[in-house]
Design a binder for this molecule. Structure first.
Ligand code: NAD
Length: 351
């Protein structure tokens, strides 16, 4: 399997899962942007079935060379610019990687697929990993299904929507065997500290304020990353070519509820902390422009057709996540001491 973006949050969880729980050989192609971190792969870096290739998905020659050398049976495409706030401040990188990079990868994959013999061509799949944010914002009721209309609102969501459309077109027009998955918000170990869950945990541990957009009423549907990567494996190996699958775990929570749940977990795990109650650190900040009100995923299809279901509840997954950040301070402190210049959500306060 060729995994793009395998040094990121979800990609590294997928690489660890593949090497630990399956017989797959794995090539990780990653440009190592600010979000890529080989430290997330230390536990498997010496695995005999693992190779790392540093390359940009927008570099056609490099991608073709890697495909030709390793001859994978599947490409699982996760490489992307992934942070909505960054897409508002600087959309160019999102257009570059998420749209043009995906286009380049599709071109390379198509040429590679056409070069295969009939048997290997038959088994090949290009699995594109996308987001529920392409569907836009939901009112108080209803859920996104595989046939929901595309209505992206942020530059990030628009760039992912464009990529989804390109992937679909490469299937319908050129016959490249593709599958698309759209998942909800992931959380879990090794998530870059700019995202809500790790940001809240780390700020709380440092006694810093816990920024919450607007009134904190925006609703997201949360998926534990290890449940997600199990789903990716099931889809890549058993999914129907040309199909789309939604992946979610039925965990709708307001942002404020998520932050409060992290605070009470920390209160429980750190009874001596001088910051208790951690919820007193919550600070409401100006809302994100174009902030989608609510996302909710109907994941019935992947359960019915492929037998996948999540293992973790939000409570059990969150407890594991908080515990991981407590036990792995070196991983995130290393990122923070690299003088990471996050401008939003108080990340600059880490410096
Ligand atoms: P991430 O930002 O943690 O990791 C992205 C990885 O891609 C990094 O390792 C980075 O170095 C690499 N990368 C970026 N640009 C590249 C390029 N041009 N060439 C090669 N590598 C490049 O992202 P994530 O949270 O792990 O998300 C992975 C995928 O899942 C993305 O496609 C994202 O849109 C999608 N997704 C994420 C979530 C979520 O909650 N995190 C939810 C839905 C969908």
């Amino acid at each position: 399997m060729l995994v793009t973006g395998g040094a990121g949050f979800i990609g590294s969880a997928l690489v660890r899962h593949l090497l630990t729980n399956t017989k797959a050989r794995v090539v990780n192609l990653d440009a190592l942007t600010y979000a890529g971190n080989l430290g997330s792969l230390e536990s498997v870096s010496g695995h005999p079935k693992y190779r790392f290739e540093r390359a940009d998905i927008g570099d056609l020659r490099a991608v073709r060379e890697v495909l030709g050398r390793y001859r994978p049976d599947a490409v699982v495409h996760l490489a992307a610019e992934s942070h909505v706030d960054r897409s508002i401040d600087g959309p160019a990188a999102f257009v570059q990687t998420n749209i043009l990079g995906t286009y380049t990868l599709l071109e390379a994959a198509l040429a590679y697929w056409k070069s295969l013999d009939a048997a290997k061509r038959e088994g090949f799949v290009f699995h594109h990993v996308s987001t529920d944010e392409v569907f836009g914002s939901l009112p108080e009721t209803g859920m996104f299904t595989e046939s929901s209309a595309y209505q992206p609102n942020s530059p990030y969501a628009a760039s992912k929507a464009a990529a989804d459309h390109l992937v679909r077109a490469w299937y319908r027009t050129y016959g490249l065997p593709v599958i698309v998955t759209n998942c909800s918000n992931n959380y879990g170990p090794y998530q870059f500290p700019e995202k809500l869950v790790p940001l809240t945990i780390i700020n709380a541990l440092n006694g810093k304020s816990l920024p919450v957009y607007g009134t904190g009423a925006n609703v997201r549907d949360w998926l534990y990353v290890e449940d997600h990567v199990r789903a990716l494996w099931v889809v890549a190996t058993n999914g129907e070519v040309g199909a789309t699958y939604n992946i979610g775990a039925n965990n709708e929570r307001t942002n404020l509820d998520v932050v409060k749940a992290i605070c009470s977990t920390l209160d429980r795990l750190l009874p001596q902390s001088s910051c208790r109650p951690h919820a007193s650190l919550i600070e409401f900040v100006a809302d994100r422009p174009g902030h989608d009100r609510r996302y909710a995923i109907d994941a019935e299809k992947i359960g019915r057709d492929l037998g996948w279901k999540p293992i973790e509840t939000f409570e059990s997954g969150l407890a594991k996540t908080v515990r991981w950040y407590l036990d792995n301070r070196a991983w995130w402190q290393d990122i923070l001491t690299r003088r990471y210049a996050g401008q939003r959500l108080g990340l600059a306060k880490f410096e």
